[in-house]
Ligand binder design. Structure first.
Ligand SMILES: *[C@@H]1O[C@H](CO)[C@@H](O)[C@H](O)[C@H]1NC(C)=O
Ligand SMILES: *[C@@H]1O[C@H](CO)[C@@H](O)[C@H](O)[C@H]1NC(C)=O
Ligand SMILES: *[C@@H]1O[C@H](CO)[C@@H](O)[C@H](O)[C@H]1NC(C)=O
Ligand SMILES: [Zn+2]
Length: 975
């Protein structure tokens, strides 16, 4: 799965008005939007007989929602993990989703399943996952029917059956034992709700020509396959699936496999289609997908593999699937070669859904996406939208092998699955877009991003113990920045020090050995080690020993190089040096660190730091010589130097910054700012790294600086530092603004380079944010032209920042105009730009009303609710409004929006980012205490991280405010 995250903040807002605090709105105004769950109409069993498998059809009884009560308060069914006694072989599954509501307004699906399993250990108990499904009692009076496959032997009969809701099982107690080695069939017939909850089998809605359309679709990962049908819902319980979907004529049914046959069946005198799919490969339940829609598609074939892009008809007609179609083939071919393994399936479908919680999901053969992650529109999409599509497609296609063909045995190893895909997505996308320098961007998007969380005392190691990850909420919590971005960062480091050639050789034999099976992360290390052993030179220790220091302990080191003494040392880097690390480390926070470095522009022999500190004479420097370590930031660590070397590096930046590689210019800024946060270097040193920026035109250093200055905005945009800071930054960005003005012929062309296009956006957004009048007028003029002429001539790359600045400068008129455009547009990426820009207004009443809208799914889709609240909190005028809102509605938000994997940690981190006062800290602690009963789900860790962050912000402001104010005053006036 690829998370949606909250997009990096391209939206800058300059708001000088006094803050108005508005009281949190009362709970009474929560809209009543929950789907009706009451009064379900009884199924007419007769209808179902016609369309469902003949193998033990349902009796005429309605779904029995009150099965026999649990006979025993405790038993194996209280354990979240399945016993090892039964092993599924294949499922025959038929599902019929209803795309229109029943008489009670409820959308439902019905289904029947027959699973063949083998008994591996004698038992008289069957546990199979099932969540929120109602079962029809069968002729034996129970929720399921058991038969034996072995001839001449009868299966024991079911003694009692019930639903164990907490651990999500259908429980069957038998009156005799299942025999080891024998095979059995378990038949069930069930009903579920096709809710709009983005999990399991769910529904997505959209309007086309004023007509409401419904799509039935799925999101199983991690534990929601059990919400669609009873199954052994663990990744190691691989099986073959024979899937059949019942659907209306005129709709398209899709699943993992190829369509086998489609025939007409009659129900209640009405013709329906029954589409059967060819059996899948042996696979995990979390990778299943079933979709019924009236979508259309475009396709092509590459080396016998059918590639199709599905989307809403108008989107396909407008050509929005074309980019994805063009890039999928090359990316697929790239991975076939990279893995040395042909694509394991006959087809690759990709489909864009209006409602989708994550960014995309790698269902085997049928990948699901948010619309913005798959659909590209020449006229509306920016280059960043395009890049996101290429990288997400690459991420998901990478999973077709790594994750799907070979699956990690249990969720505790999720980091390897997601970290790997998050690393190679850059390789796949760079293959498809070779001129973009995409692989460099992992440093900003993953390495720097995760440094921020992994430097907290409340971080956690990449690897978790299997026994610590049991409940669905614990599994969901693993889908975080550590698993994705740190996983990607350490694998990139590993691939770099092994060399890509050795890395891929080990990877290939790993995939070959475990194809269609399961592995643990150390299996990959074993294969890499075998590849290493055939090769010279070797790293100073085994792959496992080196990687253990990165995988089994949280955090990362700061490597300090003293160029006077030659002493090189390492230390656990903590953003807050006073924070209390309570997590023990098996390595005592020492790492085996590969160090690539240069001296005054010349690359030196790499060094391995295996101890706390050692002397390397070569790192001594004198005169104007400087030392620069962690070249291209391939290592997962920060670097500090003695003051003399820092000064020589700063001088080099001022004199001839191009002597330092561009990624390292971005790193010097990021390291300095973070070392200052940790009180390792003075804050003034960090600010000094921005002085050369008036000569810098490259994207990465600017972006790195802006990301770091964002913290200064968060800490100071409510204080007297704000004015002088604005003056200084305006002065620094003006040359960049003029540079792009010239390059684009007074903003009439688009820069050629991908990175230049990005940096043009930086130039405009920072210039406007810091109040450069020329920039603000530009934004206002463009936006007004659009309002006046109803023709939008703003280039898609610039839209986010232009909309935001115009809405911030304007009032209700601009806001309402943008809101109407948001409501009208059928282009998801355009809607996305408008949705975030709407949060830029500085009118509290508009912001409060917008907050209300976030909980009305007919206005803001559920998938977008939390990110919209976070956008509002990013705005200094919206910060306290968003926080009050989240506090007041927590239980409601938790209940209605609890399904997602990412939403809660983003929400909590997002609304508390600016927290830097005692008062805010108390509020946060109170919030934690008040809601301890409701809980925070996947946001549990985020609450503690926010408390830690707030405490360190408070200290930071106390210690730095005066210095920073003085520095900005001096530098803002200097020439
Ligand atoms: C599980 O939930 C169902 C439906 O809500 C209910 O009928 C059943 O009694 C519950 N089972 C147990 C063991 O509580
Ligand atoms: C599933 O269907 C296949 C093909 O029709 C059949 O051979 C198999 O026995 C069925 N298995 C079960 C569990 O019903
Ligand atoms: C399942 O049963 C429960 C309890 O009777 C009921 O509230 C719910 O609506 C039923 N769901 C479906 C989809 O039939
Ligand atoms: Zn993924």
């Amino acid at each position: 799965m690829k998370g949606r995250g909250v997009p990096p903040c391209l939206l800058w807002i300059a708001i000088l008005c006094a803050l108005t605090t508005v009281k949190a709105l009362g709970k009474a105004s929560v809209p009543n939007i929950s789907p009706r769950k009451d009064g379900i109409q009884e199924e007419k069993a007769k209808n179902n007989n016609n369309v469902l498998p003949t193998d033990g059809g349902p009796t005429s009884k309605p779904p029995d929602t009150t099965p026999s009560p649990s006979p025993s308060p405790s038993g194996p069914w209280d354990n979240y993990r399945l016993p090892k006694s039964l092993v599924p072989d294949h499922y025959n599954l038929t599902l019929w989703p209803r795309l229109t509501p029943d008489a009670n307004g409820l959308y439902i699906f019905t289904g029947s399943s027959n699973v063949e399993f083998k008994c591996a250990e004698e038992t008289d108990l069957i546990l199979i996952h099932s969540n929120k499904l109602n079962y029809t009692t069968l002729e034996n009076g129970h929720l399921a029917k058991l038969t034996s496959v072995n001839s001449g032997v009868n299966a024991p009969s079911i003694k009692t059956s019930w639903l164990q809701n907490v651990t999500q099982y259908l429980v069957l107690q038998l009156d005799g034992k299942l025999i080891k080695g024998h095979r059995y069939h378990l038949y069930t017939y069930f009903t579920g709700e096709l809710a709009d909850d983005l999990g399991g089998f769910y529904r997505s809605e959209y309007f086309e020509d004023g007509v409401k359309k419904v799509v039935a679709t799925t999101q199983m990962q991690p534990t929601d396959a059990r919400k669609a049908f009873p199954c052994f819902d663990e990744p190691a319980m691989k099986a073959i699936f024979h899937i059949t979907l019942i659907h209306d004529k005129g709709t398209v049914a899709l699943s993992n496999g190829e369509e086998k046959e489609s025939s007409i069946v009659q129900v209640d005198g009405k013709d329906l289609l029954k589409t059967a799919f060819k059996p899948t490969e042996k696979m995990s339940t979390y990778l299943l997908a079933f979709i019924v829609s009236d979508y259309t598609f475009i396709n092509n074939t590459i080396d016998g593999v059918l590639i199709r892009i599905f989307a809403r008809k108008p989107a396909i007609d407008a050509g929005q699937g074309q980019y994805a179609l063009n890039k999928t083939g090359p990316i697929l071919k790239f991975f076939e070669e990279y893995y040395n393994s042909s694509y394991p399936l006959p087809k690759s479908d990709q489909i864009a859904l209006p409602d989708f919680n994550a960014g995309a999901m790698e269902n085997w053969g049928l990948i699901t996406y948010r619309e913005t992650a798959l659909l590209y529109d020449e006229e509306f999409s920016s280059n960043s939208n395009k890049e996101r599509i290429a990288t997400i497609i690459a991420h998901e296609l990478a999973h077709m092998w790594f994750g799907n063909l070979v699956t990690l045995r249990w969720w505790n190893d999720l980091w390897l699955n997601e970290g790997f895909a998050s690393y190679v997505e850059y390789l796949g996308a760079a293959h498809a877009e070779p001129n973009w320098n995409l692989t460099d961007l992992i440093v900003l998007s993953d390495v720097h991003r995760v440094f921020a969380v992994d430097a907290l005392a409340s971080s956690h190691p990449l690897s978790s113990k299997e026994e610590d990850i049991q409940k669905p909420a614990q599994i969901s919590e693993l889908f975080d920045a550590i698993s994705y971005s740190k996983g990607a960062a350490v694998l990139r480091m590993l691939s770099d020090f092994l060399t890509e050639d050795v890395f891929t050789r080990g990877l290939r034999t790993y995939l070959a050995e475990f194809a269609f099976g399961n592995a643990v992360y150390t299996d990959l290390w074993k294969h890499l080690q075998r590849a290493v052993d055939l090769n010279v030179p070797k790293p100073p220790d085994t792959v496992e020993n080196i990687m253990n220091t990165w995988v089994l302990q949280m955090g990362f080191p700061v490597v300090t190089i003293n160029t006077q003494t030659g002493l090189v040392s390492q230390e656990h880097f903590l953003l807050d040096p006073d924070s209390n690390v309570t997590t023990e480390s098996p390595f005592n926070y020492k790492w085996i660190v590969p160090i690539k470095w240069m001296k005054t522009g010349i690359i030196q022999e790499p060094h391995w730091l295996k101890v706390k500190s050692s002397t390397i004479d070569a790192t001594k420097a004198s005169g104007t010589e400087w030392v620069l370590a962690n070249l291209n930031v391939v290592g997962y660590y920060r670097v500090n130097y003695d003051e003399g070397n820092w000064n020589r590096l700063l001088n080099c930046l001022m004199a001839d910054h191009k002597l330092i590689p561009v990624i390292n210019r971005a790193q010097l800024v990021d390291d300095a700012f973070n070392l200052a946060r940790a009180k390792i270097v003075p804050t003034v040193l960090a600010l000094n790294t921005t002085k050369y920026l008036n000569k810098e035109t490259e994207y990465m250093p600017w972006k790195s600086a802006m990301n770091n200055l964002d913290f200064f905005y968060l800490m100071f945009d409510r204080s007297e530092v704000y004015g002088p800071m604005q003056n200084y930054l305006r002065k620094q960005v003006t040359p960049l603004f003029q540079y792009y003005k010239t390059m684009t012929g007074n903003w009439s062309n688009v820069p050629d380079g991908h990175m230049d296009q990005y940096n043009q956006v930086n130039a405009i957004s920072l210039a406007c944010r810091t109040g450069l009048e020329e920039c603000q007028n530009l934004a206002k003029t463009w936006f007004n032209q659009w309002m006046d002429t109803k023709t939008n001539t703003i280039h898609p790359n610039l839209r986010s920042t232009v909309y935001c600045n115009a809405i911030a400068a304007g009032d209700a008129k601009e806001w309402e105009f943008a809101w109407e455009e948001f409501r009208d547009t059928t282009i998801a990426s355009e809607a996305e730009k408008l949705r975030s820009a709407l949060a830029c207004t500085n009118q509290p009443w508009l912001l409060n009303r917008y907050l209300e809208y976030t909980l009305m799914p007919n206005l803001i889709r559920k998938q977008d609710a939390t990110s919209t609240i976070v956008y509002i909190a990013n705005n200094v005028a919206g910060q306290s409004l968003a926080w009050d809102f989240v506090r007041a509605r927590w239980s409601y938000i938790f209940k209605e929006y609890g399904g997602g994997s990412f939403s809660f940690s983003n929400l909590i981190n997002g609304v508390t980012k600016r927290f830097s006062t005692e008062f805010e800290l108390q509020q946060l602690k109170q919030f934690k205490a008040d809601n301890s009963e409701i809980g925070f789900g996947s946001g549990t860790l985020a609450v503690d991280q926010s408390i830690e962050r707030t405490m360190s912000n408070i200290k930071w402001i106390t210690e730095n405010k005066q210095n920073v104010l003085d520095w900005f005053k001096t530098e803002g006036n200097a020439n």
